[in-house]
Each structure stands twice: as C-alpha cells, then as structure tokens.
Design a protein around this ligand. Structure first.
Ligand code: KIV
Length: 326
C-alpha cells in the first residue's frame, strides 16, 4: 500500500519534464498566486474610512464631517481634505441634472455618478443614495439595487429615506451585509406627501414620531442617521437617545456630525439657498468672471498669446508646402 503511494509520486520514466511542470503548477503556482494576493492586500489604503470607524465617532468628541459629490473632479478635490464621508446624494437630480426635484433621478444615473466619484474617493467613506422607487417596492428590489451600488459602483454603504415604515427594508439590507445610513425628518423624496420642503417635527406629535422613527431604524441596523430639517432641540434629544451617530443638515449643532450639499457650500447654486446653508465661497461669481474674461480675450485676440502657443521648426518657411520632401 505504502509502496503504491510512493510510486504515485515518482516521476514516470522518460517524463521528468512533465512531472516537474505538473509539480510546478500544483505547488509553486498557488504559492505565487498567494504572494501576489497578500501583496495586493497589503496595498489596501489604510486611510480609507470604514463604517465601523464612523460608528465609533459616536463615542468621540470629533464631529463627523460629510459632503455630497457627484463627479470625479470634485471627489478628488474633497478627498485631499480630512472629510469623513462623501455622499453621492440624489440631490444630483437638481444640482447636476437640472431637475425640479430628486424624484426623477434613476438608478442608472446614480450608478454612473457613484462610479465616477469612487474613482476620486480614496480616503472618505463612500455612500450612495438610493433613488426614489429603487427600494420602495420590495426587499428583493432594494437588495438588488443596493447591491449594484456596492458591486458595480464601489460604494461602501447606501442611504435611504424613511423612518419606522422602512425598518423592515433596512433590516433586509443589513442582513444582506449592506450597511445602511438612515435619513429622517424632512425627506425630499416625500415632497408630494409633505406638500413642500418644510421643517418637520415642530409640534410635539410630529417630534415624537421622528424620535420614534430614529429608534426604529436604529433597531433595524442603520450605522448612522441623517436628520434633515428638524428643530435643533429635537435633533439634540434624538442624538442623546440613540447609539448610532446622527448627521445633521438643517438640524442644528447638537448632532454628531454635519452634511451639506457641496454646491451650496461653494456658492455654485443658481437659486437662493435654504436658511441652514452657509456659503463658504462664492465660486459661482468666480466662474462667471473667468468665463467672461475668456470670451473677451478670444474676441480681442489676446488669447491664445505667445505663452500659450506652440512654435513650428519650420518658422523660417512661408508655408509647410515650401518644406523639402523627405
Ligand atoms: O441627496 C442629498 O444630497 C442628501 C443630503 C444632503 C443629506 O440626501
């Protein structure tokens, strides 16, 4: 029995080369493959923020800072700072696509923009917003679409709007290993039901409901909750009450973090901003000024000047036709 086993490992007479090649494939190749994989693993960006890192911030004094982004260029710029989260918000609909509300933006559009942002986002946690009607129908629909953001677009988590009524959906997503950021209070996808973009939770009944929503989606497994357009004291009470971080937008200073729409912060919007927006720059004016200067210089032929033009080696000839044939 032993002899037979040994002979099975002995090179066949005259077939040493084949035996060596076979042994190489069985023994050495997997080792090489393993080494390449370990090396690849080692090159994983250690600065990349993760969902657990964001959750831990609930217990630290360092606020979570988040912004939206919709394309590669801005994602790259934002990612050079110490930003914690980049959200590819469905505000894309209004900011980048010129739509009236967030409702018409599609999964395909959100996927394209999330992929672009992902290419420039190497440090911040990348969260993709689930567009209207991409998760409302069923758990299966929500898991399929959220899975696309993770698999096809490189998002690390998804965000969806809704309180207690969305708890089951959130649970289904987290059961499928997809981290979910909640969003309650003023939920723009409910604009038709709410009758406009109004501050929510101003009376006790509504405030209690929003607090209940926060508890329910926390139980369902969200890793953080966006609180939008609610009174600051209510946001403070919810922040004290729950164990996952709250991220405010129009919800006062007591939240565990803040988020703003990038174009609002940079002053790139064409319309007036809501009260909670602080413009940290007026880039819109700068863009308009730069474009006017360009138009002027092209028309009066001061651009392109010598500095921005290439010179030909045949400058002493009248025309390229005069050049000797080679
Ligand atoms: O779509 C968005 O931009 C958002 C945030 C501002 C929270 O949902």
């Amino acid at each position: 029995m032993i002899c037979r086993n040994l002979s099975a490992h002995r090179p066949p007479v005259g077939g040493h080369f084949c035996w060596t090649a076979g042994k190489f494939l069985r023994v050495v190749a997997p080792l090489v493959f393993l080494c390449i994989h370990i090396k690849k693993g080692a090159s994983v960006n250690k600065n990349k923020k993760t969902v657990p890192m964001i959750m831990e911030r609930k217990f630290s004094s360092k606020k979570i800072v988040a912004l939206t982004a919709y394309d590669y260029s801005f994602a790259r710029l934002l990612d050079t700072s110490d930003l914690d989260i980049i959200l590819v918000g469905d505000s894309l609909a209004m900011v980048s696509l010129g739509l009236e509300t967030t409702l018409p933006v599609t999964m395909e559009e959100m996927i394209i923009h999330t992929r672009a942002v992902n290419r420039g986002c190497h440090n911040a946690l990348l969260v993709a917003d689930m567009p209207f009607m991409s998760y409302q129908v069923s758990d299966e629909q929500a898991i399929t679409n959220a899975g696309r953001f993770i698999q096809e677009a490189g998002a690390q988590a998804v965000k969806l709007e809704g309180g207690a009524r969305m708890a089951g959906r959130i649970q289904a997503l987290t059961n499928a290993e997809i981290p979910v950021m909640g969003h309650i209070g003023l939920t723009p996808q409910s604009v038709n039901k709410l009758g406009g973009y109004r501050v929510q939770g101003k009376n006790y009944k509504d405030a209690r409901k929003i607090k209940q929503d926060a508890r329910k989606i926390q139980e369902a497994g969200v890793f953080a909750i966006v609180l939008e357009g609610i009174p600051d004291d209510l946001a403070g009470e919810i922040t004290q009450d729950i164990k996952v971080p709250t991220i405010g937008i129009g919800a006062g200073v007591q939240c565990d973090g803040q988020i703003l729409v990038l174009h609002d912060l940079l002053g790139l919007g064409m319309d007036s901003s809501p009260k909670f927006v602080k413009q940290y720059a007026c880039l819109g004016d700068k863009v308009k000024k730069a474009v006017s200067s360009y138009i002027q210089e092209v028309r009066d032929e001061t651009f392109p000047d010598e500095e921005h033009s290439y010179k030909s080696k045949t400058h002493n000839l009248k025309s390229v036709s005069d050049a000797p044939q080679q």
